[in-house]
Design a protein around this ligand. Structure first.
Ligand SMILES: [Zn+2]
Length: 301
């Protein structure tokens, strides 16, 4: 005879096994190097994946120092998604040390690079600007690479990944049109901004914005008094209307440039990281929307 207690325990076990059977047994563990990539993986992977970012919200992916916990996460991952393009200098060391068996997706593979071998800033950064995601057309290439990586790591999810990617790519097309419409509202002579580091080169190139930055392509570079003097001169000469803060950089330098040139502080742009999920830039699409809203508020009449 079953006791009442044993019947209850049996009932609970049945409910549990039914839950596992009705959903997927196990989610695919994916590790992305930073939050922007993690969001793109979430959009394509949907409920089949469990994704985490090594560099968290508002973190600096250039100057990151991986922890032992990161090594364990990498070791347990089925797929690692990195930007490539010389952005995460620390990831190959970390992957090697963790002895991970994970497949690796280079999300930025195939984008048309901004390269300039003659430029000192570029030369210091492997000859390449890594911030390709700031052009929405490039984010579409990232999404295609992530989709293909997920299909390779989890062939059973192929139909899901393809459907999710297709729907998300359509949203990115709409976003690209939104950016163009927003920039069109800014008079051509006011499409000039300063940011702390050179994270918006692809954005500027795609959407017609001139940029200057004292820090260059990486936040790791030391800014010299000469760099700052050069920017101040350029801002005065070319009448840059505004300087912008970045979520990943110290605001003091921009305060100084604004003070010395009379340019206004335009707001905070999200460059290399998303905000916390409940912040103004919790997803890639919200990040781009937030940035164009800050730009048009400061620059459009
Ligand atoms: Zn950067």
């Amino acid at each position: 005879m079953f006791t009442r207690r044993r019947l209850l325990a049996l009932g609970a076990a049945l409910v549990l096994s039914a839950r596992v059977a009705e959903g997927q047994t196990e989610k695919i563990p994916v590790v992305a190097t930073f939050t922007i990539l993690a969001d793109l993986v979430r959009q394509v992977g949907g409920s089949r994946v469990e994704v985490s970012a090594l560099v968290g919200p508002n973190g600096d992916v250039h100057a990151y120092d991986p922890s032992p916990a990161d090594s364990r996460r990498i070791a347990g991952a089925k797929l690692i998604v990195e930007n490539g393009l010389h952005l995460e200098g620390w990831i190959s060391r970390l992957a090697k040390a963790s002895a991970t068996k994970a497949q690796i997706v280079i999300a930025g593979k195939g984008v048309t690079l901004r390269t300039d071998k003659s430029n000192k800033e570029f030369a210091e950064h492997g000859g390449t600007d890594p911030h390709a995601w700031q052009n929405v057309a490039n984010a579409k290439i990232y999404v295609a690479n992530i989709r293909d990586g997920l299909v390779a790591a989890d062939p059973a999810g192929k139909a899901d990944y393809e459907a999710n990617a297709q729907a998300y790519l359509a949203r990115l097309d709409a976003l690209d049109a939104e950016v163009r419409a927003a920039i069109a509202k800014i008079p051509a002579e006011r499409r000039r901004i300063v940011t702390t580091h050179d994270a918006f080169g692809y954005f500027g190139q795609a959407y017609g914005l001139t940029l200057a930055a004292p820090e260059g392509l990486s936040t790791e570079a030391q800014v010299s008094a000469k760099d700052v003097a050069r920017i101040i001169q350029q801002v005065r000469k070319d009448k840059f209307p505004a300087v912008f803060l970045e979520n990943v950089s110290d605001p003091r330098l921009m305060d100084q440039i604004a003070r010395e040139t009379g340019a206004k502080i335009g707001g905070t742009l999200y460059s290399d990281s998303l905000s916390a999920p409940d912040g103004p830039a919790g997803t890639y699409i919200d990040m781009v929307r937030h940035n164009i809203s800050e730009l048009t508020k400061a620059l459009a009449p």
